[in-house]
Design a protein around this ligand. Structure first.
Ligand SMILES: [Cu+2]
Length: 508
């Protein structure tokens, strides 16, 4: 077993909730270990954790590739925080270009820690350090990543888990699952790919192959009468049939926890256990349908926050989205599979029933795609999730468009370089009326806040920070601008973001 495989196995952490309860809260706190990285006292600024973005060679099965990492690991080492407990994380930039870190989905109050260069901080120059100080207000599944240039499409991402004050969910074991599209060092670099897209221009991208009738399978919606969910399932099926683009970039590899299919990450479970999978799409340009063969998934959280529990076979995940699911280990060893929309290949991990002879099918063996696919439109907010204050709603129409000719993606008809700051009053209820005017899906992400996608099915939509708009879809998201500061709203496709699909907001 390589170091990376071992790391991937370790990320299938054994939490033994029942044992923790039996041993009492103090032992539980100890077992959970507080912060995942060592404390340091010396250095430019004292900090609880230090992250060192640096170039490294990483092993991807039969390949060794040069890329950029946090501390030489892919993904970076998991950070585990406590809800409501302040943390100081110092970044010592050992890259050859500037960087910054965004704590994706964390509704932190200290705007200076949000990690958007040119908006909340200056980029951290090579050889310089920056101290991120914040208190995570919500427990849940998050991740952190570079918010500079195309660095997200290298190895600069890692899981960020916030432990609750009191765990409500009952499970025996958990595993963090980061799905990522990978090209760096295998077929060029993200920067070279973006340059190529710019040379090719827009004619090549965001297309739909006309003429073919959209297939009715393999996936089906949970509820066929749910119009928006059905649309996302239809998009998925059409993308799997090669009729719709899922993104702009072909990737030679799709990874789970930094592992390629030929040398997959292992998640060890024991028969009868209830396993919490913390699923994260940390890709730059790829939407995935994720499932575990022959196992149902019960979705409990979306983008870190609780939802009304719902059972499915597979889940659809845009870049930046997280879903927590429970799985009962009552079948046999199986593969966890992430199928990329509109692209070749797949990401595979191995769910292994410990001590049992029966192995999961080989990574490259044929996959039988299950039937029911859950989309964000199937989710209902948990009853205990926060209520909206009454009052007027300010509607802000924002069209998602593409450039004519040049490789350019825009919000509100203006590329980022020519867009003004969107000013919002603190406490204001805001409705972004999003209209996707392109044939490309866009996962839209808001910093510092959660919004409710108004999918029209429920009076309490889930709170999310990232939501996928299907091609030509119109969707409003409503939120309360209650976190003062400057925040970004952007497409979480790294290529689209870099090509202009971002707006800056100011809440004051
Ligand atoms: Cu986009």
């Amino acid at each position: 077993m390589s170091d990376q495989q071992r790391l991937a196995s370790v990320q299938g952490r054994f939490t033994r909730r029942r044992l923790l309860v039996a041993a009492g809260g103090g032992a539980g706190t100890l077992a959970l270990g507080g912060y995942a990285l060592g404390r340091v006292a010396a250095g430019p600024e004292p900090a609880d954790l230090v992250l060192r973005p640096r170039p490294a060679e990483v092993e991807l099965g039969r390949r060794h590739v040069s890329t950029w990492t946090y501390d030489g690991r892919l993904p970076g080492r998991e950070i585990r925080l406590r809800q409501g407990r302040p943390v100081r994380i110092r970044v010592d930039n050992a890259l050859t270009e500037p960087t910054s870190i965004h704590w994706h989905g964390v509704r932190l109050r200290n705007n200076a820690a949000d990690g958007v260069p040119g908006l909340t901080q200056d980029a951290v120059e090579p050889g310089e350090s920056y101290l991120y100080e914040f208190t995570p207000p919500d427990a849940g599944t998050f991740f952190f990543h570079s918010h500079f240039g195309m660095q997200l499409d290298r190895g600069l991402y890692a899981p960020l888990i916030v432990e609750p004050r009191h765990e409500e969910l009952d499970y025996d074991r958990e595993a963090v699952v980061l799905v990522d599209d990978w090209l760096d060092g295998v077929s060029g670099t993200p920067e070279a790919r973006l340059d190529a897209l710019r040379r090719e221009g827009m004619a090549m991208h965001g297309g739909m192959r006309m003429g073919a009738r959209p297939p009715s399978g393999p996936f089906a919606p949970l509820d066929p009468s749910n119009r928006l969910a059905s649309r996302h399932v239809a998009m998925t099926n059409a993308a799997l049939a090669g009729q719709v683009d899922g993104g702009d970039v072909e990737y030679p590899l799709h990874l789970i926890n930094g592992r390629p299919p030929e040398a997959p990450a292992q998640i060890d479970v024991r028969r009868g256990e209830r396993v919490r999978l913390r699923l994260v799409n940390s890709g730059a340009d790829t939407i995935y349908a994720v499932f575990v063969e022959d196992h149902e998934l019960r979705v409990t959280h979306a983008d870190g926050l609780p939802v009304r529990q719902v059972t499915t076979d597979a889940v659809l995940m845009g870049m930046g989205e997280r879903l927590d699911v429970l799985l009962d280990a009552r079948r046999d060893s199986a593969r966890l599979v992430a199928v990329p929309l509109g692209k070749a290949g797949r990401a595979v991990a191995s769910l292994r029933y410990a001590g049992e002879r029966r192995r999961a099918p080989a990574p490259a063996a044929r996959v039988r795609i299950p039937r029911r696919l859950l989309t964000h439109a199937d989710l209902v907010g948990a009853q205990e999730s926060e209520a909206e204050p009454p009052g007027d709603v300010r509607a802000v129409p924002l069209d998602l468009s593409m450039g004519m000719g040049a490789y350019q993606w825009t919000i509100g008809a203006r590329p980022f370089a020519h867009a003004e700051m969107l000013k919002l009053d603190r406490g204001e209820r805001v409705r972004f009326v999003l209209r996707n005017r392109t044939m490309m899906p866009h996962p839209m992400h808001l910093h510092g806040h959660s919004f409710r996608p108004l999918a029209g099915r429920t009076a309490t939509p889930p709170l999310k920070d990232t939501v996928v708009l299907a091609p030509m879809e119109e969707l409003s998201v409503e939120w309360v601008a209650d976190n003062p500061g400057r925040w970004a709203f952007h497409c979480h496709n790294a290529y689209h973001q870099e090509a202009g699909m971002m707006r800056h907001l100011e809440v004051s």
